[in-house]
Design a protein around this ligand. Structure first.
Ligand code: PLP
Length: 400
C-alpha cells in the first residue's frame, strides 16, 4: 500500500533541472533543445530562499516551521523541502498527509516534520519510527507511551488547541487537563503547542488571548509546552503579536500574497517560486464566422490567428480562465478564449501569426502582471486553489 503511494509521489518529483528562461533571441533554440509538449510546473529555489529570508527578517529570526502540505502548494513536497532544509531559518516542516511526511523522509529530509493530519495507531507507529511528530489533541498519552517503549525512543508531539476555529484541536476549555495528561505520559515530550486563527481580525485577538492564558497557566504549573506557534502567512502580515516562539507560514514561503491587500503593504517582498508553463502546440487561422472550442464557444468576428496550448483544467488551469485571463507568449499577453477543456486551451493571437509552434507560453510566473495572484484574480480563483490544484503528475522542473 504505502509503496504505491510513494511511487505515485516520486513520479511528481523534480525532473533534471533545466536552465532558466532563455532570452528572446534564444527562444527558437530552446524549442529545439527540449521538444516535450507536456505542460510543466517550474520551481525557483532562489525565490524560495529569498522568501524565507524575507520572513525571517519580518519575524526577527524566530524559527520558521514551513508548511508544505498538499504537494507543497503545487511545487512538490520534496522540491520545496530540499531547498528549504538547507536554510538555517527553517526549523522544520509541517504536512497534513502521512504519505507526504514519509516521502520527505524517503528523500532524505532530516529536519523535524510535524504531521498535522489524522492518523490511526498503525500510522502512529510508522510515524514515530520515521521521526515524524504527530499533532495531538485527543487523550492518547498511553498509546504514545506504548509506542515509545516498543520503539525504545521518546515520542515528541505538538499539541493543537482549538481556540475557536472549530476544525481540529482540543477545545480550549478542555485543553489544560489534556495537556497535563499528555505532558505527564511516560516518554512523551511536548515539543510544541499550537493554534490556528480564523483570520477574522477581531476574533483573532480573542483567540490569541485564550491561547496565551492557557499557556501561561500551564507554564506556571511547570508544564513544558515547547515552542508555541500560531501565525500562518496571514499572521505574518496581520498579527505581529502572534509570532510567539515560531511561525508557521505556507503561501508566503512560496512567494505568493494570500490576500490582495498584502501586496501593497511593503511588509514582505515576496517572489513567486512556482510557475505554470506549456508550449504552443498548434497555430491556425480562423476565417470570419468560423468557431473554436466545444459548443462553438468562440466565433471569429473577422479572420484571426489562434494558438492552441496543451494545458487544461485537468492540469490545474481553472475553467474560469476562458474569456477572463491572459497568458504570455514571448513579450506579449494573449487572452484565453472559447472554453478551457481537460487538456487544452485556446488563445487569440490577432491579425498576424505572431507566435510559433513550440514557443513557451506562461500561464503564471514571477513577473509582474503574470504572477499567480494576477492570474488567480482574473479568474476570480483563490491562489490556494490555483497552486494546490496543479496536477501532481505534471513534471516539476527546478530552475536556477
Ligand atoms: C495551511 C496551514 C498553514 C499555512 O497557511 P498559509 O496561509 O499557507 O500560510 C498554517 N497552519 C495550519 C494549521 C495550516 O493548515
Amino acid at each position: 500500500m504505502s509503496s504505491s503511494r510513494r511511487d505515485f509521489l516520486k513520479s511528481a518529483i523534480a525532473l533534471p533541472a533545466v536552465s532558466a528562461l532563455p532570452k528572446m533571441s534564444e527562444r527558437r533554440a530552446e524549442t529545439i533543445r527540449d521538444s516535450s509538449f507536456d505542460p510543466w510546473v517550474e520551481i525557483s529555489p532562489s525565490n524560495l530562499r529569498h522568501n524565507a529570508g524575507e520572513i525571517s527578517r519580518r519575524v526577527e529570526g524566530r524559527p520558521i516551521l514551513a508548511v508544505i502540505k498538499n504537494n507543497g502548494y503545487g511545487l512538490g513536497v520534496v522540491n520545496a523541502a530540499k531547498t528549504l532544509e538547507a536554510l538555517s531559518s527553517i526549523h522544520g516542516f509541517a504536512v497534513v498527509k502521512l504519505h507526504e511526511a514519509i516521502s520527505l523522509r524517503d528523500a532524505g529530509i532530516r529536519k523535524p516534520i510535524l504531521l498535522m493530519g489524522p492518523f490511526d495507531d498503525r500510522d502512529l507507529g510508522e510515524a514515530v519510527s520515521r521521526d515524524i511528530m504527530p499533532m495531538v489533541y485527543t487523550p492518547i498519552g498511553r498509546t504514545l507511551s506504548r509506542i515509545a517503549s516498543s520503539r525504545q525512543k521518546s515520542v515528541p508531539i505538538h499539541v493543537c488547541v482549538d481556540t475557536g476555529i472549530g476544525r481540529v484541536g482540543v477545545p480550549y476549555r478542555d485543553s489544560p487537563p489534556l495537556i497535563r495528561n499528555l505532558a505527564s505520559a511516560r516518554e512523551v515530550q511536548v515539543r510544541g503547542t499550537m493554534m490556528t486563527f480564523t483570520e477574522d481580525e477581531e476574533f483573532d485577538r480573542e483567540q490569541l488571548r485564550r491561547f496565551r492564558s492557557i499557556c501561561s497557566d500551564l507554564e506556571a504549573e511547570g508544564i513544558r509546552l515547547g515552542r508555541k506557534h500560531a501565525a500562518s502567512s496571514f499572521g505574518l502580515f496581520q498579527r505581529s503579536d502572534a509570532f510567539l516562539d515560531m511561525v508557521r507560514p505556507g503561501m508566503a514561503l512560496y512567494g505568493i500574497y494570500s490576500e490582495a491587500q498584502f501586496r501593497s503593504m511593503q511588509i514582505l517582498d515576496l517572489k513567486p517560486a512556482v510557475a505554470l508553463k506549456a508550449r504552443v502546440a498548434y497555430v491556425k487561422k480562423l476565417k470570419a464566422g468560423e468557431s473554436a472550442g466545444y459548443n462553438r464557444a468562440y466565433v471569429a468576428k473577422k479572420d484571426i490567428w489562434l494558438a492552441t496550448l496543451p494545458v487544461g483544467h485537468a492540469d490545474g488551469l481553472p475553467r474560469a480562465a476562458a474569456n477572463r485571463a491572459r497568458v504570455r507568449i514571448g513579450p506579449m499577453m494573449y487572452p484565453i478564449i472559447a472554453s478551457v477543456s481537460a487538456s487544452h486551451c485556446i488563445v487569440e493571437i490577432g491579425d498576424e501569426p505572431a507566435v510559433q509552434i513550440g514557443e513557451v507560453a506562461t500561464v503564471f510566473d514571477a513577473e509582474n502582471d503574470s504572477r499567480p495572484e494576477d492570474f488567480g484574480a482574473s479568474c476570480s480563483t483563490s491562489v490556494y486553489d490555483l497552486t494546490m490544484h496543479l496536477n501532481a503528475l505534471l513534471p516539476r522542473r527546478v530552475v536556477a
